[in-house]
Unconditional design. Structure first.
Lengths: 506, 446
């Protein structure tokens, strides 16, 4: 039985044995001494983080002609104010019109908490359909309905016959999982269950046999390029450029895909992931249900990684020779272009912090650029990362490696120890390094390029810029103070990681 | 009441409370909630806060118990205790402030009891129950003030003549909070008063602790902080005045006079300050007289804002700048009595302008209110258009501005498209700032 036959997807802790707490070194990871793998490690001091609702809404708000109806308290969805920038620029770049995201909140109040929110949700769906006439309504449930036991599927089933929009229930109850990457499963789960049906069309009176053959040929060379919003338009275009140069056509899914065109994902020749953290749940489903095979192995950040990513796709189509030629040309060009920056990068110490795969892949790019890696923090760990640790361990000197869902207190401690020249961190996670006086650059921003050869060059260009004048951080650090005690900087950075069944490391 | 709110322009009470606590000098918030509450709020700040995220202990550095299914089933008290204990080791602060979210309130954790254990040990710690279903972020701000008044400030303080507290400007939710608070404090100091504003660089925990020394609480809002002022009055017998956020000379003259009256200050010295400040304001405005007219810079306008800005900006445009704010939209969900109070503030304006005041939470509905107010062109040869126009609102009102062919300025949350550090719109100087920003937007293509 498929996971998608269930109302909700399983947690990644259960499905992939994903974990969020580890502190040690990269060689330790490569040697498979991962404490957290064995016993679901946790911390007994934690700072705030994000839940699956955030990446969830980031994807949903990009879907044109849809509304995101958040079923929960009024604050769930505030993140959309930040993500709206991506929706605006993304719709401008992809669809020619800058447009604000459209999200609604049922804003559950105290009465709803006691009496249940189902009636309000029912009315909200009807009103949203009436007012906005969308193609799809994503009903996203957050913590409160999860606790008070609102039956979201029941509501959707009852109200669907009364509205035009297709209603997609999405479960994002934040207290249910520690691993926010479960968001991708939650979104794919909803889309997979509701939006993949092909629209009914009139049968043509005269059959255009040549046209049909052409279409069949096109589809046999169409690749689903999976993007759950880790790539902006620039990155999409880079991968589309590389795939097109192998004679392939590209269907980008699911960000900015129109609900009525989502079925196209079921017709492609193959699906290609750009980040193993994202897509395995859905790719397996597309294969099982629609016979679309998939490739999920490399993240095309970094020169070698991009080459390997292209090779996997080319292998599938039997285009090995063309791929090697493409890779050789591209590498030669990008390597030559990078020469100008290499003297500045050589031996500079860098610390990297980001989502599981992005952290590992970006580190490989930084090593290619000549940086010395002094630390990595990756947001979670699961089986997909296994192959990457030995690659990083092979760079030479061992360095601290931690798995943490943000937790800047550990980061502050590690940065004071490792004293990097440069820090790369995720969105809303760069202030700690900056206030310590370290040149800093964001490792994820959909307005910037990171992916493929173009991304490698653009990232290098930006890092060069940061290193050329880090005065913002340097000057700020003279007066900024982080909120940590002196004794904390002297303590073991992984002091608060405990393991189930054992005492904390205090 | 609609069954949903479209694109809420506020966060939950926890969000507003966190913004307030991160603005208290050397305060450390401790969130007792699910893992994503902090991130969601910070992303909200990132997107709507004029590029300001967090204070001393803000952003993702805020301690949080990150409760899970286990706590939902068995209760989160033990987890909170552990989190507080370890926070005291790691985090360097002088006031620890526990704030709850939806999950821990629904499951009914006894926060007060856990916090008391630490208070008994002498830890400077307090709490507020800020579950998301209790209201919005403006109310969260109010709840933090209430908690300070009930649990933190010295009860035995002696009332001191000339001391006042000023609040009603929620940190970060009002992205101009620092500039606004600073300017009003400076003005009150010109009246010889000592002012505690709780959240600025000029404030301290010692000043906050002594808040009950004030002889008057000044709430520069018709809504935010009013409940807290009531609590203060109940606890310490301190009277308060609540008036709209004063932006520009007309409102600020009134503000100073009302404060003077409430404290029975010498009328003449108040008038002296008023006169001086007006003289200075118009001194700066003076050289604008040529271009203001040459460029025909008077505008019809739509003002969209929270309870503070909807009123304050509209009044300023009408009574100081001489614009025509035909429609004032307040986007907060409010009680009827609060709505009436705000509407009354815009009735009988000195300029004679009668703005149409509506209460509408949903961005995409605002255009309908204008269409009702201002008749469409029915292909008439001569048509008195709503033009030239200007939209003052939040960054969500850019689409409205585009549909009116009008320039736009983001003032009220969310302010996604401006960087704000110490800029403020309150007082006389604030009025000048606002004119600069409005006219700069109007002539951007010049």
């Amino acid at each position: 039985m498929s996971y998608l036959d269930q109302k909700e997807p399983p947690r990644r802790e259960d499905r992939l044995k994903a974990c969020i707490a580890y502190g040690g070194s990269i060689c330790g990871m490569a040697d498979r001494q991962k404490r957290c793998l064995q016993d679901d490690g946790e911390r007994c001091f934690t700072q705030g983080s994000i839940c699956l609702l955030l990446p969830g809404i980031a994807i949903l708000n990009s879907i044109p002609d849809s509304v995101t109806l958040l079923h929960g308290a009024i604050g769930c969805g505030s993140c959309a104010h930040s993500q709206n920038a991506n929706v605006r620029s993304g719709s401008g770049l992809r669809r020619g019109k800058v447009k604000d995201a459209l999200w609604l909140s049922t804003a559950l109040n105290e009465t709803d908490v006691i009496g249940g929110g189902e009636a309000k949700l029912t009315e909200a769906i009807r009103e949203a359909d009436r007012r906005y006439r969308p193609s799809a309504i994503f009903v996203v449930s957050s913590c409160v309905p999860g606790i008070i036991g609102d039956d979201i599927e029941g509501v959707v089933e009852r109200v669907q016959p009364q509205v035009n929009a297709r209603i997609v229930p999405i479960h994002c109850e934040g207290f249910k999982t520690k691993v926010w990457a479960t968001a991708y499963d939650a979104i794919y789960h909803g889309i997979g269950r509701v939006l993949l049906g092909e629209p009914e069309e009139y049968q043509p009176v005269l059959v255009d046999e040549l046209g049909e053959l052409k279409e069949k040929y096109r589809l046999s060379r169409t690749v689903n390029l999976m993007n759950v919003s880790s790539m902006g338009r620039g990155d999409e275009q880079e991968l589309a450029r590389l795939l097109r140069s192998l004679g392939l056509d590209v269907n980008i899914f699911p960000v900015f895909a129109h609900p009525e065109e989502m079925y196209k994902a079921t017709q492609a020749a193959v699906s290609v992931s750009v980040c193993p953290t994202h897509d395995d749940y859905f790719l397996k489903y597309l294969q099982e249900k629609f016979g679309v095979p998939y490739i999920i192995k490399h993240m095309p950040i970094g020169i070698a990684n991009t080459g390997n990513w292209i090779r996997e796709v080319a292998d599938f189509f039997g285009f090995q020779a063309q791929a090697e030629k493409l890779i050789a040309t591209e590498e030669e060009e990008v390597q030559a272009a990078l020469e100008e920056f290499r003297p500045v990068f050589a031996g500079k110490k860098v610390f990297v912090s980001a989502g599981e795969f992005r952290a590992l892949a970006t580190t490989q790019l930084l090593a290619e650029l000549g940086f010395k890696i002094v630390g990595i923090r990756s947001f979670h760990h699961d089986e997909f990362a296994e192959e990457e640790y030995p690659k990083l361990a092979a760079y030479g000197e061992d360095f601290p490696f931690s798995i943490a869902n943000a937790q800047p207190f550990e980061e502050a401690n590690l940065l004071q120890r490792t004293k990097p020249d440069l820090f790369l961190g995720h969105w809303c996670s760069n202030a700690t390094a900056t206030k310590l006086g370290i040149a800093t650059h964001v490792i994820y921003n959909t307005g910037l390029n990171y992916i493929g050869y173009q991304g490698a060059y653009e990232l290098a260009r930006r890092l060069y810029r940061q290193l050329k004048n880090p005065s913002f951080s340097k000057k700020l650090s003279r007066y900024a103070r982080l909120p940590y005690t002196k004794q904390w900087y002297e303590a073991d950075p992984f002091k608060y990681i405990k393991a189930v069944g054992s005492e904390p490391n205090v | 009441m609609s069954s949903f709110i479209e694109r809420p322009r506020y966060l939950c009470p926890l969000g507003g409370a966190l913004m307030a606590v991160t603005a208290i000098p050397r305060a450390i918030p401790i969130i007792h909630a699910a893992v994503g509450c902090a991130g969601n709020i910070i992303w909200g700040q990132n997107g709507g806060g004029g590029l300001q995220v967090g204070g001393y202990c803000g952003g993702l550095s805020m301690p949080s118990s990150n409760v899970q299914e286990r706590e939902v089933v068995f209760g989160g008290g033990e987890r909170l205790r552990e989190e507080i204990r370890n926070t005291l080791e790691v985090m360097d602060g002088d006031l620890f402030f526990v704030l709850t979210g939806c999950v821990t309130e629904v499951i009914g954790d006894d926060i007060k009891a856990v916090v008391k254990e630490f208070q008994d040990e002498g830890v400077p710690i307090t709490f507020a129950e800020t579950g998301g279903f209790k209201g919005n972020s403006y109310y969260g701000y109010d709840l933090v003030l209430q908690s300070l008044f009930r649990n933190y400030i010295r009860r035995d303080a002696q009332k001191t003549a000339g001391k006042v507290n000023l609040f009603g400007i929620p940190p970060f939710m009002d992205v101009f909070w620092r500039g606004n608070l600073d300017e009003l404090r400076l003005l009150l100091q010109k009246l010889g008063l000592t002012v505690n504003t709780f959240f600025t660089a000029a404030d301290s925990l010692e000043g906050i602790k002594n808040a009950a020394e004030a002889e008057l609480n000044i709430v520069v809002s018709d809504v935010y902080g009013v409940e807290a002022a009531e609590v203060f009055k109940e606890l310490y017998g301190t009277p308060y005045i609540a008036l709209s956020l004063p932006v520009g000379p007309a409102a600020t003259d009134l503000f100073l006079r009302q404060v003077g009256d409430a404290l029975s200050l010498d009328r003449q010295s108040i008038e002296q300050v008023v006169e001086q400040e007006n003289r200075l304001y118009y001194h700066y405005l003076d050289p604008l007289a040529e271009c203001y007219n040459d460029l025909d810079l008077q505008r019809y306008s739509v003002v969209v804002g929270d309870a503070n800005y909807a009123v304050a900006i509209t009044k300023f445009l009408a009574d100081d700048l001489g614009w025509l704010p035909e429609l004032a939209v307040c986007t907060d969900p409010l009680e009827e009595s609060q709505q009436q109070r705000l509407a009354s503030r815009l009735a009988g304006l000195e300029s004679g302008i009668q703005p149409h005041v509506v209460f509408e939470t949903d961005t995409s509905e605002i255009i309908n209110h204008l269409n009702q107010r201002w008749p469409h062109n029915k292909s008439q040869k001569y048509y008195n258009a709503f033009s030239p126009a200007f939209v003052v609102g939040s960054s969500l009102d850019r689409e409205l501005a585009i549909s009116l062919g009008a320039p736009h300025l983001s003032v009220s949350f969310p302010v996604a498209n401006r960087a704000v550090l110490d800029r403020g719109y309150s007082g006389y100087r604030g009025g000048l700032c606002l004119i600069e920003d409005l006219l700069s937007a109007a002539i951007a293509g010049r």
